[in-house]
Design a protein around this ligand. Sequence first.
Ligand code: FBP
Length: 552
Amino acid sequence: MTKSALQIARAAYEPKVPKTLKGVVKIEEGKPTESVSDQEAVKKLFPNTYGMPVIQFVEGTERKQYLPINVGVILSGGQAPGGHNVIAGLFDGIKDMNPESRLFGFILGPGGLIDHKYMELTEDIIDEYRNTGGFDIIGSGRTKLETKEQFDKGLEILKKLGITALVIIGGDDSNTNACVLAEYYAQISAGVQVIGCPKTIDGDLKNDWIETSFGFDTACKVYSEVIGNIQRDCNSARKYWHFIKLMGRSASHIALECALQVQPNVCIVSEEVEAKNQSLDDIIQYIAGVVAKRAENGNNFGTVLIPEGLIEFVPAMKRLITELNDFLAEHEDDFKAIKKSAQRDYIIRKISRENADLYASLPEAVARQLTLDRDPHGNVQVSLIETEKLLAEMVGNRLAEMKAEGKYAGSFATQVHFFGYEGRCAAPSNYDADYCYSLGFTAAGLIGAGKTGYMSSVRNTTAPAAEWIAGGVPITMMMNMERRHGELKPVIQKALVKLNGGPFRVFAGQRDQWAVNTDYVYPGPIQYFGPTEVCDQPTKTLQIEQEARLQK
Ligand code: FBP
């Protein structure tokens, strides 16, 4: 396989790890823990894995002897930079405990466990993937591991391969399911430990014990580089407004982090839209206002960042989508029988007045997307809605009205972009390479300590890596009860952007200035080699949050 010069140099990179993971290690256990809320309900559902202490690895004096162990690993959900290093860290960790230990990867996500598709990950394979982006070493998938049948089917192959510990690398849902699996295997004395690792570029799996999910750092840096390049272009040509949608299925962490890195003219934060009960019209008016203000200063150009999940956070849009889901589920045949050109009017006549008005105001293409693209559960696939085009078009319409009223005299030409896949498999930044390797090595330590139902945790990560704190957090500790598909379920609390949190407050304190001025920052590409202040900086989000944590 031909490799780039950077790939070759990067293969030799040795991730920096916490001092305590390097030498002789012992574990220190804290006090019994409680779930973040709904304690009684969560405790009842997890009698074997509830209340366990938080664990920290500290320097020990006596090296423990370990028997060889067979471990399985699964990559679950969307790709995130650094996944290969989690696996490399896990591999090195179990080999460090006993060189006879073996690692098996399940192919294409949790489905591989159920369908018994696996491969052994040997030294030469692992070496090919150290410090690389992507999940292609074993592939990933979105099959949910949640039924007893699946757990039993998985156990068959685990038993056959002599695997006594399984590491699941995934987001909040996958780690919730890892915990349910840990509980089930403990309950039936299956002899299999289950450990989770926090992954997702979306950055919404974090709490007091998990500072960030891996991949967020690299993905945001890739997007910020490209947005910075666009900003430099737009500040040079001075003729376009760029509407840029950024991945993040639900939470706006990515858009917010990129805003902190590049200082755009506008960044919409979905959580704020919801909290302030803003309508689509309010958002359009806000952006059009910024465009008009900049035009007064002769600046007919700018950048607008839009989080992928925005539509579902606009309360009125949410109501419209819910009614459309229900209505189309019930009247699908009637709807399909109508000529395409008449479908829009049909919907407008049939749904409630409030929702019909909003639907009628949407550009043709978006209105069509809302009625056509549906997932297997009958829901509109909101991620396919081209919000960047929607906003660009509607802002254009509003500016035309303002022009007619004599309130705007500029010119408005747009370019639209969507950045997501460009960053999900990038070569991990030093932060992610180090963090992921440490998470994997820590997972091996948790297995060695006989733990199950824990998430690998590496903290204090804004300090130099040597000072990072490695350990494990009981997954039940992060849980609460939430209604899912009409049923109350125990789930890890998703971390949305907090409007009273540091990152949002820093942004909100400066956005009015960024809107009018051209205060762009051009972060440039991720640097893998060079001075630490250029290569090892964590995200602004993490730096701000950590500062607040340290002040507590
Ligand atoms: P995970 O939460 O599984 O890590 O996925 C994150 C993500 O990249 C989202 O930002 C995005 O909405 C989604 O995956 C897209 O996934 P897919 O490519 O499977 O449609």
